[in-house]
Design a protein around this ligand. Structure first.
Ligand code: GLA
Length: 387
């Protein structure tokens, strides 16, 4: 990964202009999956991996972006860029310009961007939201427009929903804006309020990448799950109109009216309703420094993700089973949108090294796949970088 100084030098050589620099992290979700479009609770943390963008303004109305990772440049008039998505990495920065323009912010003068990142792609660690939030910070900074963090997060979610075509919730963009070093962020996605939960110093967040790639847009399963959940919600609303989102529903509601739903909808709704309760319990467990209780909730969350939400896969289940057998592992679960990607593991610091080795060996023996395993601290949210 380029250092900020190296990226600035590259930008200068590509565009002949001194850039401003911005960084936005990826995220890992400790608990609270698929609750963030039901007004529910989530508990993610920003991670060490990040996107770094060098930006300078243009005057010719073009968007010129060089991706270091793809070694590719796109160069288009802004109007053409924003006319339709192109199913290309540039959809993420373009989506942000589109959403900014929708908010009445003039982006027509154009920008030059040099982009580099080390958030693993398609791994459920929010590489896309990281690029979106970084672009938003970069463009707003260049235009000298101030915007509250929650509004930036919503605007980036809008980019993903309205331009990229993934019907995602608010969690990723929000934590990437509001993350704090060494803290998880407990977000109430209905009110967009949050509290910081310090990660105990004697624990490590270990992320195991199954190397099974997932996609949120275009048939990746995410939009279908969301539709199934919403079909169930509408049935509950017929009986109890005060249910505005699944956050307001209870297991009692499901036992009364779940039989009217398709079985898949019933399971999706059960996952979401029980997951909200688990997040609230997990917050209490964290506060009491009760990592064993936190780990059990992670485990229950995984079973619900696997059996009710049906968004796990064989490789991920193997990783979770392996982790549950390792000394010092409090809890393990699939993190993120699902259908592949990574597991998140809460591991006692003094066992972390042995955990990583044994997970690598065990996963390779079971699947033949070389997992990438990362030990990350919780990191800060998006920010400007000085060289
Ligand atoms: C993806 C989405 C989030 C959230 C998670 C599942 O990461 O971007 O909004 O729905 O999946 O919890």
């Amino acid at each position: 990964m380029h250092t900020p100084a190296e990226l600035a030098a590259l930008h200068q050589s590509l565009f002949g202009a001194d850039p401003a620099l911005y960084r936005a992290p990826g995220r890992v979700n400790l608990i609270g999956e698929h609750t963030d479009y039901s007004g529910g609770f989530v508990m993610p943390a920003a991670i060490d991996f990040s996107t770094l963008i060098a930006i300078s303004p243009r005057t010719d109305g073009r968007f010129v972006a060089h991706s270091v990772n793809f070694n590719e440049r796109i160069d288009k008039p802004i109007d053409e860029l924003l006319a339709a998505r192109s199913r290309h990495w540039s959809d993420y920065p373009a989506g942000v310009l589109w959403a900014l323009r929708e908010k009445g912010i003039d982006v027509s003068t154009g920008f030059s961007l040099t982009i580099v990142g080390d958030v693993p792609l398609g791994a459920g660690l929010s590489s896309s939201a990281s690029v979106e939030v970084c672009t938003a910070f970069a463009v707003l900074g260049t235009l000298d427009v101030a915007m509250p963090l929650a509004e930036i997060a919503l605007m980036c979610q809008r980019a993903e929903n309205g331009f990229v075509g993934a019907n995602v919730g608010i969690m990723d963009q929000f934590v990437i804006c509001c993350g704090e070093q060494d803290h998880a962020v407990m977000i109430d996605t209905r009110f967009l309020t949050y509290t910081l939960a310090p990660i105990p110093p004697d624990v490590r967040i270990v992320i195991c990448n199954s190397m099974v790639k997932h996609s949120l847009a275009d048939g990746g399963g995410y939009n279908t799950r969301r539709d199934e959940m919403e079909a169930g919600l509408h049935i509950l609303q017929r009986h109890r109109p005060e249910i505005k989102a699944l956050r307001d529903a209870t297991l009692d509601d499901l036992s009364k009216w779940g039989a009217e739903m398709k079985p898949a909808s019933l399971r999706r709704c059960r996952h979401v309703i029980t997951e909200d309760d688990r997040v609230l319990a997990a917050v209490e467990a964290f506060k009491a420094n009760n990592l064993a209780a936190f780990g059990e909730l992670m485990h229950a969350a995984h079973l619900s993700f696997r059996d009710d939400f049906e968004a796990s896969c064989t490789e991920i289940d193997i990783l979770v089973d392996l982790a549950n057998r390792q000394p010092g592992c409090y809890g393990a679960r699939l993190t993120g949108g699902g259908f592949g990607g990574c597991t998140v593991n809460l591991v006692a610091a003094n066992h972390a090294r042995a955990f990583v080795e044994s997970m690598r060996a065990g996963y390779r023996a079971a699947t033949g796949i070389a997992a990438e395993i990362y030990t990350s601290r919780a990191s800060a949210g998006a920010h400007a970088v000085s060289i």
